[in-house]
Design a protein around this ligand. Sequence first.
Ligand SMILES: CC(C)(COP(=O)([O-])OP(=O)([O-])OC[C@H]1O[C@@H](n2cnc3c(N)ncnc32)[C@H](O)[C@@H]1OP(=O)([O-])[O-])[C@@H](O)C(=O)NCCC(=O)NCCSC(=O)C[C@@](C)(O)CC(=O)[O-]
Ligand SMILES: NC(=O)C1=CN([C@@H]2O[C@H](COP(=O)(O)OP(=O)(O)OC[C@H]3O[C@@H](n4cnc5c(N)ncnc54)[C@H](OP(=O)(O)O)[C@@H]3O)[C@@H](O)[C@H]2O)C=CC1
Length: 433
Amino acid sequence: MNPIDSRLPQFRSLTPQQRLQHIVAAAGLNPDEAALLNNSGALDRQLADGMIENVIGTFELPLGVAGYFKLNGRDMLIPMAVEEPSVVAAASFMAKLVRECGGFETSSTPPLMRAQVQVLGLTDPHGARQTLLRRSREIIDLANQRDKVLIGLGGGCRDIEVHVLEDTRRGPMVVMHLIVDVRDAMGANTVNTMAESVSPLVEEITGGQVRLRILSNLADLRLSRARVALSPQVLTTAEYEGQDVIERILDAYEFAAVDPYRAATHNKGIMNGIDPVIVATGNDWRAVEAGAHAWACRKGHYGSLTRWEKDARGWLVGSLEMPMPVGLVGGATKTHPLSRIALKIMGVQTAQELGEAAVAVGLAQNLAALRALATEGIQRGHMALHARNIAIMSGATGSEIDRVARAMGQEKDVRVDRAHALLKDLRGHFSDE
Ligand SMILES: CC(C)(COP(=O)([O-])OP(=O)([O-])OC[C@H]1O[C@@H](n2cnc3c(N)ncnc32)[C@H](O)[C@@H]1OP(=O)([O-])[O-])[C@@H](O)C(=O)NCCC(=O)NCCSC(=O)C[C@@](C)(O)CC(=O)[O-]
Ligand SMILES: NC(=O)C1=CN([C@@H]2O[C@H](COP(=O)(O)OP(=O)(O)OC[C@H]3O[C@@H](n4cnc5c(N)ncnc54)[C@H](OP(=O)(O)O)[C@@H]3O)[C@@H](O)[C@H]2O)C=CC1
């Protein structure tokens, strides 16, 4: 297959069917995969019944594709499953600007997850800690006896850490962490199994009682990173000089860096980009969300996940480094038919590549929001696209949706009652003809 071209000029003016044909050809999807994407009921009820409990049906979200992404010199199409308008457009727009300046640079740590084993009933927690550390080899070997597939793939338990929580209201606690390389899995089930299997040995070594044995969602050893640098030129708009846009974005970033009320919204904007990639690829978005917000608090206060600064040339430099516990196997990644296709569209071969793509989209999304907020405001771009939702809420169907949405956009008055009035006029107009 030829390297993919992620540029999608005029993609928005195609019909969904034509867009699908373009992606099928670009990603080299086979007719069965194309048919699944074409068929809104791709996840059949019987399969869904095998995935969760008490199934009555399936619940669908729109699946869009963001274009223009170039990561480490390679083009990548980004499938995004999301209900919010303007998210896919904003990601594509910023990827287009970033592309003109060389694209996204990404990297990641090895896929290390932590499982915690809580030990209670110890009067000498520090002594127990040292004993556990001294016998770490035995614990690691026992953990690695269970999952031969993972070991065969080069993963497995690598190390242990032991933390003493001295001042809890329930007395001291010793918490042992298993540090496990989970390769291309998200890894929760894998590390939970290991944590349970070593617990009898931990009790024997410490003389304490093991209670909780579960992974930590603060996946601080499994980080994905993305960096961009943008020239003032690409940030110049009809109303604002590029250098001015950069200063405005830096002011907006500083606000989020120091104020948790703003940081929560700023980070929501980042997750606007990340979550749709996590959902489209069948990954656990709650795990990614939990890790992201715990990481955002790591310095003692809740702050921005991204950083924005200016380099010696006066270019805007953005970076994002955060936990990214995602997999290509396990969970729903292999069972949901559309997840497999989403991964194929992206062309990622490892969980690390998927994590890097997700943070690149998060960084792009943050840039889009900051750029809009710091200049013209969010409503012009966002509401123009949200107008179609409002038109649908007012009862518009088919070609009426775009007509009502366009009229509200032109009037800069995007409200359901206005949509009702416009729809009434439109229908009256046609019934008069
Ligand atoms: C919405 C835009 C992109 C419009 O921006 P624009 O200037 O009207 O865009 P354009 O028409 O010049 O098009 C530029 C490119 O954007 C893409 N694009 C543009 N429109 C479409 C479309 N309809 N369908 C598909 N792609 C679209 C497309 O890639 C296009 O290039 P092309 O491919 O055509 O050569 C811009 O205003 C923007 O980026 N706004 C920010 C939107 C945003 O952040 N939305 C998230 C929801 S708000 C929120 O929840 C988060 C927030 C804001 O609270 C976070 C925070 O506070 O930090
Ligand atoms: N707090 C949390 O976030 C929790 C999340 N979960 C859920 O756990 C699920 C994810 O767990 P996870 O352990 O990833 O899933 P699975 O246990 O389903 O899959 C992991 C297993 O797949 C096998 N495998 C095959 N190929 C590979 C490969 N290339 N790399 C790594 N492993 C491979 C391994 O061994 P083998 O074949 O021997 O199994 C591995 O143990 C998600 O559904 C998540 O929602 C569960 C509990 C808590």
